[in-house]
Design a protein around this ligand. Structure first.
Ligand code: MG
Length: 308
């Protein structure tokens, strides 16, 4: 029997594990993880088990939610800015621009979108594990709304908000012990009408990553690939390995897959040799580094404190 807390820990820890597993293969070709064989061995500037910006930002969101006792968007934004100023090894292009363009929290992302017109990267999906756990008790509307607001801090394009809202809702369903794939039609019905059709395409049962029309650093194929990985495998490790083996934005596609697969299969399904070396540096926050135990505790606290 997998408890709700096991699933919550699975989502948070599973996302971090996917992030660290995929990091050495970022922007590589498909199949590199399988070809190399060794897992969590580091590479590409990453130490074995080192989590990247995906997990670092998820931790920042978690700590803001817990310390503020709810969603305080200016506080989350301030933490993101402090982190960005701490010179993280990796930071998304859009995210970096938004956090350093000098505009206030409620204008920065919109300003970036206005100037660049393209802001549908996967950078708000990748950090959603912690907020998805925290807001699950708020129900479908509550968790999707929170996802949109957190996404909008760094992404001005509504496509990124809607993708993150879908992910939040699929996690909510999985935490209840239900099948997130079966919830796709109901979830799509709650997506903004302007974005429903495009998400319907990448989340359809017959879609696969080979049909993607953009690089998987974009929000649509990233979410579609994570759902595809969940659909076409039967274990946590199988899903996350399939995500990394897609190549491209491997850390983020695997981090998003890890959220869903972790919520579905629970924390005990995450391989021990993935969690043992796992660690999350937090640039800008006094040299703190979280390990797997810290992530477990954080997830348990999020699950316990979750918005009513
Ligand atoms: Mg990353």
């Amino acid at each position: 029997m997998i408890t709700r807390v096991d699933r919550a820990v699975g989502a948070v820890l599973g996302s971090a594990a996917g992030d660290a597993l995929g990091a050495p293969y970022e922007f590589g070709a498909a199949g590199e993880l399988s070809a190399r064989g060794a897992e969590m061995a580091g590479g590409g500037g990453w130490d074995p088990g080192e989590a990247t910006d995906d997990t670092q930002m998820a931790v920042l969101v978690a700590e803001s939610l817990l310390e503020c006792g709810g969603l305080e968007l200016p506080d989350v934004f301030r933490r993101f800015q402090r982190w960005a100023a701490g010179q993280p090894k990796d930071i998304g292009l859009q995210t970096e621009d938004v956090l350093t363009n000098g505009a206030s929290w409620e204008l920065a992302a919109a300003l970036h979108f206005q100037i660049n017109a393209r802001a549908a990267g996967n950078g708000s999906l990748m950090r959603a594990a912690t907020s998805a756990v925290y807001f699950a008790p708020a129900g479908q509307e509550g968790t999707m709304d929170a996802a949109r607001r957190i996404a909008a801090l760094t992404h001005g394009d509504r496509a990124a908000w809607e993708g993150t809202a879908i992910l939040h809702e699929l996690v909510r369903v999985a935490l209840e012990g239900s099948d997130p794939l079966a919830a796709l039609p109901v979830t799509l019905a709650a997506v903004h009408p302007d974005h429903r059709e495009r998400y319907g395409r990448v989340l359809a049962a017959d879609w696969h990553p080979g049909l993607a029309t953009e690089f998987n650093g974009a929000v649509w194929p990233c979410l579609g690939s994570a759902v595809w990985a969940l659909r076409t495998t039967t274990t946590f490790a199988g899903a996350v390995r399939a995500a990394v083996d897609l190549g491209g934005d491997t850390d983020t596609v695997a981090a998003v897959t890890g959220i869903l697969a972790g919520a579905r299969y629970g924390r005990a399904a995450i391989p021990e040799h993935w969690t043992a070396p796992l660690h999350v540096p937090l640039p800008g926050f006094g040299g703190r580094v979280l390990d797997a135990d810290d992530l477990r505790t954080l997830a348990q606290r999020l699950a316990a404190a979750g918005s009513p």
